[in-house]
Design a protein around this ligand. Sequence first.
Ligand code: HEM
Length: 304
Amino acid sequence: MSLALGPTAQLALPLQCAGWQRFVKCAEKCTDMLLPSREVDFAAFIQSVTFCIIITGFYGVDPGTLSPVDVAFMTSALNHHSDGILRQTPHYPGELYAMRERVCRWVGGERASQALETILPAYESMWRLAAVTLAYANGNQHMHNAFLDFSENPTQRQFRSFKVKNTRPSVEAIINEVLRLHPPVQRIARKSRHPLWKRIFYPAQEIADVEAVHRSCVYGTRLETFDAMRFHPQHERPVEMQLLAFGHGGLSCVAEEWAPMATALIVAKIMDRVDDAFDARMYRNTRTGWDGWAVRKKEKGRDS
Ligand code: HEM
């Protein structure tokens, strides 16, 4: 995916109830802290909130100690880093040093290297999943309401419950459908398992195209259409096969169980605080396709 991570890049994700409640508080604080009263760039805002929630939620950093300027520096450096990987250009060492210096300050020297290895894949996938979900829910009253219910009652039960007598999707189904159509990691790679003598005839790596698999008929009909109800168990052809968005087998993402609900929470808290009025064009490139998108803080006492 990105930085070369060892199998030790594990962390105690706040899955337990108390941990989850603290994570909810972090999400609220970070959203409020980074939302100015004027209109603000959509992608930059989602990136800052996501980064802030990761660093405060995973590492117990107090949101009040993060300066928005440092947060903006980190998101921009992480974006450069991901661009560098895509274009296969090395990272600018000064920037890497400056990132490490900030992370050391927030989480302490011993945890800094491991923290950076976790922050990057978490940030890169979660901000884009959050952004695309917000884009789909924008202007759709049912999806909007499902997220507002989840913001008010952020429990696993609420996350999973289908709405309006099972005719409208749950937050979980919406997130699954976004992951199906726009998996943040589009390809996964494995070392080729051909016997040694055959290896000169085959590439060293085998690549699975996650995006293409997700548009295959195992996932039902009208595969290019956003239809979160395909994940309902009583749908005419319910989706039985698991998504590949978190990879597969022993090397699959460590946050597979946790990240969908955590990202949904980010979306829910943002939706609760901003006006439902972004630019309505939706681009296929979920890293760079957000030019012209903006969000505005909700006026007090008015729900959109
Ligand atoms: C929307 C959320 C996320 C998606 C879609 C996602 C997806 C993926 C995928 C596809 C892989 C490669 C798996 C394979 O090769 O089979 C991966 C690896 C990984 N993910 Fe995630 N991930 C997400 C969130 C997170 C979060 C929140 C964390 C941190 C807690 C995380 C940490 C990692 C790590 C450490 C690896 C292995 C190292 C690497 O390849 O960079 N991911 N993820």
